[in-house]
Design a protein around this ligand. Structure first.
Ligand SMILES: Cc1ncc(COP(=O)(O)O)c(C=O)c1O
Length: 460
């Protein structure tokens, strides 16, 4: 019996002991290859001396200072660095607000967006439009815009109802196009984006604060990438109706998708960007909200006050870890490296998809990949909910020494299984080979369990 309140009290979790690079070790000496950077967080791998050293150095000076009394050098330097990495509309005037994680970043982004309009006396604006099949965090504001029915269900009566539109989900496009594996139609892409305009008009533009979305949907849809002109169209609609665009880049930001921020892949500029996870690569709890110049100017010319704050906002130790992580990423050109290695990384996944009948779709960008599993590849029929296939796969992979990130319930709020593969950017070629060897072994075992024939086993 443990006093620790774990995520699932009926499950026994191994105790983590140490980690180096892409490998972590438990107290029984089992070694795992971290194929998902934990929860797409440890983007630089484990045990980096550069980051440990920066934390130790800051610790030897001061660990804590409250932002109502002081700012700290690591916070100032990290803010400057993040704004430099952000799109041009953040330059010469944008600012970074630090928090302790992704959910806090989303709460902060939402309050900042509301305050931006309060400063302008546009007080009727109080709604956020978001999408189904999305995840924005565990706190109440973040949950109200999250579009994952299973995660919202126990708390639904306590949530403020925010309008949701459909996700851009090419593999199961609403047009039901059976001829292609993943719908790439321009018409469908624009139809999904235009749902935003319809929803703004339905709610009344004077009532809508912002559209919030993950540029590439993470855990709620397994790295689903929208069509080519989706984000461009979303930006146009936001501009037309004085609605802000908030990019939730908690999972996708800071290089994970092979660009500074995933929206850069489409040359689209958000008004507010939320980051977390990879910002400190997991070395300290840290998140941030980047406010573009347009947002900051309204405050600077208005009251100057953003009525918000957490005790641990901008904690010097966390910011020192974040600064060291960003510096390490830049010094080693890791974002460019991820972009350069993307094609080869995905080639491994396509090879697995050709071999294993249960892989219905491979999607993602950079080092953020999702595999969606199906019972029948041609009809795209999913496995029954009771099978909990995503968990079985993750469990089997774990037993074979591979950490993956499973997800479910993205079809009609209940069905659907995926896993995400998202290794640290620092993974070597031979470690990637080992990752896919272990994943192949896992899927072979799962296919045997369900008696699914792989094309290879049919031909022998
Ligand atoms: C896109 C996205 N937004 C927000 C969050 C919430 O972040 P956190 O778990 O750090 O609170 C997550 C976490 O998975 C996420 O993936």
């Amino acid at each position: 019996m443990s006093s620790f309140f774990s995520r699932n009290l009926k499950r026994v979790y191994p105790i983590i002991a140490s980690g180096t690079g892409v490998f972590v070790k438990d107290t029984h000496g089992n070694i795992y290859l971290d194929g998902s950077s934990g929860a797409i967080t440890a983007n630089l791998g484990h045990g980096l001396n550069e980051i440990n050293g920066a934390i130790e150095k800051q610790l030897s000076q001061i660990a804590f200072a409250h932002t109502s009394q002081f700012v700290s050098k690591p916070a100032l330097d990290l803010a400057e660095k993040l704004i430099t990495l952000a799109p041009t509309n953040f330059q010469n005037g944008g600012r970074a607000y630090f928090v302790s994680g992704g959910s806090e970043a989303i709460e902060t982004a939402m309050k900042l967006a509301r305050s931006y309009f309060v400063e302008q006396s546009k007080l009727t604006k109080s709604l956020f439009i978001s999408r189904w099949n999305s995840y924005h965090g565990s706190t109440f504001g973040a949950m109200s815009v999250t579009g994952h029915p299973a995660r919202r269900k126990p708390y639904i009566s306590m949530l403020k109802e925010q309008p949701h539109i459909n996700a851009a989900y090419a593999y199961r496009c609403l047009c039901n196009n059976q001829t292609s594996n993943s719908c790439q139609s321009e018409e469908c892409t624009l139809a999904r984006a235009n749902e935003l305009e319809q929803m703004i008009l339905k709610q009344g533009p004077e009532n809508v604060i912002a559209f919030i979305g993950e540029p590439i949907v993470g855990a709620a849809l397994g790295a689903a990438v929208p069509g080519k002109n989706y984000w461009q169209r979303i930006r146009e609609i936001c501009n037309k109706y004085d609605v802000l665009l908030i990019a939730d880049e908690v999972m996708t930001g800071l290089g994970r998708c092979g660009a500074n921020f995933a929206l850069d892949l489409w040359q689209v500029q958000a008004d507010i960007i939320a980051v977390g996870k990879g910002l400190s690569s997991g070395y300290m709890p840290l998140g941030a909200v980047l406010a573009s110049k347009k947002i900051v100017t309204i405050f600077e010319e208005g009251t100057g006050v953003f009525e918000h704050g957490f005790t641990y906002s901008g904690q010097p130790l966390a910011c020192a870890a974040g600064l060291a992580a960003v510096n390490y990423t830049l010094k080693n050109n890791l974002i460019q490296q991820v972009a350069k290695r993307e094609q080869e990384f995905f080639a491994n996944l396509y090879e697995l998809a050709n071999k294993h009948e249960i892989i219905g779709d491979v999607r993602g960008r950079g080092f953020l990949a999702g595999l969606e599993f199906v019972k029948n590849k041609s009809t795209k029929e999913p496995f029954p909910i009771e099978t909990k296939l995503n968990q079985l796969i993750a469990k089997q992979a774990f037993a074979f020494g591979l950490i993956t990130y499973p997800g479910s319930a993205f079809i009609d709020g209940g069905l659907g299984d995926h896993i995400m593969i998202a290794p640290p950017f620092t993974i070597s070629d031979s470690e990637i080979e080992e990752l896919f060897k272990r994943l192949d072994k896992t899927l072979t075992q799962i296919c045997n369990t369900f008696n699914v024939k792989t094309p290879a086993s049919i031909s022998h």
